[in-house]
Write a protein that binds this ligand. Structure first.
Ligand code: MSP
Length: 489
């Protein structure tokens, strides 16, 4: 496998209008696994996440809570940071779009590039605005009841002066770049969806809003009466974070991004509007947009507006961060929607983690602690990462990577069953007990190898297992949560 020098991966920037839910945890976790894997491969990795803090919805929510928007987002951004810390998200940078020194200069520089390319013009705008989406919707996108199907609210009818971006000019260029593979869209189904959309053509889009109607945002350069519309403000984070308009050297080092990881609800913005902006500004396109499915709850997209959210912090408190990460990676299919239930979570925890990984590691390390006089001396081979697992991870097929890891676990269980080292070690035949000792040593290496592969997915568990092997000690109960809960009942 070719060893890239740098690796730049991003999550979307999250709306901090409410506390983070499991859907946000999902996007961040899968991006984190791929980022950790890139670091294991030795790439200089930059993993970006952050919050998308401007827009009408933030202002409304802040005011409803009796707060100024800045104070409100300062507080909310902390909830996201805290969740990511609890969840072990190894981001290198957390960008906030209200940050006037990191984000604004690059965002305004990009706007000016689009102006220079002749792609920004002023015109009156009339449309149906959904505050939930922070976007204008077409009649076609509304339900039969005239309401936004995702948010269940009627859009507002708005008429105002806007700057527009000449998106229509770039439709065929973007299409060509996706077709040639210059811009990869994963999975195939999403690629086809966006190609069909491009094929039908795209209209120019509203790119600003009058300051009188929206003051909480980045001022349009050269026109203090207009505020940048939220998508231009937000999408530019991917380049401003790494120095666009601020630190050209760092920008050149990391751009183009290797991956933008997004949910399918924001595909159009990332695979049509963003590439058009980049082409207009003379910049390279990201190499790949990875589009995941949505976590559903009761058959609908999990969202604050619908009031059906699962709080990831609660799950982390109950089961531990690694269990949550594991569930998201193995049991939510990366490319299609999946329903998540707390009961399902509990079964997985018990069956696959406590009885699967936890049981094997403690059995093997118990034998090792009792019967091997010293820690097994590890070789380079014991730390080698299986290319097949890495390939799945790099394609975001995390569930399939996990399946391979569990085949490894199953092999270990079978080995113990067949060789019965726990019996033979007590044999009075020296040949038998020597063989059993060799088998235990082999199993310790096997468990270490398991930890190596678990590392991107379950970093704390991986470390505990590796420490146990290095100290030749049975680890303390790796997945104790449910057992403890049962004791209480
Ligand atoms: N702020 C925009 C993104 C701007 S990026 C330049 C936004 N924010 S969001 O907070 O609504 O969503 C952020 C990410 O979380 C998106 O990738 C979205 O798909 C993901 N999820 C939000 N709800 C989700 C689920 N229920 N399930 C899985 N992911 C979901 O959109």
């Amino acid at each position: 496998m070719e060893k890239p020098k740098t690796f730049y991966i991003t999550t979307p920037i999250y709306y901090p209008n409410a506390r983070p839910h499991l859907g946000h945890a999902y996007t961040s976790t899968i991006a984190d696994v791929v980022a950790r894997c890139a670091r294991l491969r030795g790439a200089k990795t930059h993993f970006l996440t952050g919050t998308d803090e401007h827009g009408a919805k933030i202002v409304r929510t802040a005011h409803a809570e009796g707060k100024e928007p800045q104070a409100f987002v300062d507080e909310m951004a902390e909830h996201f940071k805290r969740l990511f810390e609890e969840l072990g998200i190894s981001y290198d940078q957390f960008i906030r779009t209200s940050d006037q020194s990191v984000h604004w200069p690059g965002s305004q520089a990009l706007w000016q590039k689009l102006v220079q390319a002749g792609d920004i013009y002023k015109a009156p705008y009339e449309g149906l605005y959904c505050v939930g989406h922070e976007a204008f919707l077409t009649e076609k996108e509304l339900g039969a009841d005239g309401k936004c199907p995702d948010h269940g609210v009627a859009p507002e009818h708005i008429k105002e002066e806007n700057y527009f971006f000449r998106l229509s000019k770039y439709t065929s260029d973007i299409k060509r770049r996706i077709e040639t593979g210059e811009l990869v869209i994963l999975p195939e189904e999403r690629r086809n969806e966006i190609l069909a959309l491009l094929h039908s053509g795209l209209a120019d889009i509203s790119f600003s809003r009058p300051r009188a109607n929206l003051s909480w945002g980045i001022p349009v350069p050269g026109d203090a009466d207009q505020t940048m519309y939220v998508w231009c403000d937000a999408l530019s984070n991917y380049i401003t974070a790494i120095g666009y308009g601020r630190d050209e050297k760092q920008f050149k080092q990391f751009w183009p991004a290797d991956y933008h990881v997004i949910g399918k609800d924001i595909l159009r913005f990332h695979a049509a509007i963003w590439p058009a902006m980049l082409i207009s500004a003379g910049l390279a396109l990201p190499k790949c947009i990875m589009v995941h499915g949505l976590i559903m709850s009761g058959g609908r997209k999990m969202s604050k507006t619908l009031g059906n959210v699962v709080d990831p912090t609660e799950l982390i408190e109950q089961y531990g961060a690694d269990a949550v990460r594991y569930y998201l990676c193995r049991h939510v299919s990366p490319f299609s929607d999946g329903d998540m239930t707390k009961e399902g979570f509990r079964d997985v925890y018990n069956g696959e983690l406590a009885n699967g990984i936890g049981n094997q590691v403690s059995r093997v390390m118990k034998m090792a602690e009792e019967h091997l006089g010293a820690p097994v001396s590890l070789t380079e081979d014991d730390s080698a990462f299986e290319p097949a697992v890495m390939e799945f991870i790099e394609r975001f097929e995390l569930n399939r990577a996990m399946d391979l890891i569990f085949e490894h676990v199953a092999k270990g269980d079978l080995y113990v069953q067949e060789r019965e080292p726990y019996k033979k070690i007590r044999s009075t035949e020296p040949a038998d007990s020597a063989q059993a000792k060799a088998d235990i040593e082999k199993l310790v290496r096997h468990v270490f190898k398991l930890a190596v592969h678990l590392e991107p997915f379950m970093p704390d568990t991986a470390k505990e297992i590796q420490d146990a092997v290095r100290n030749n000690k049975k680890p303390k109960n790796l997945f104790p949560r449910l057992a403890a809960k049962r004791d209480r009942n």
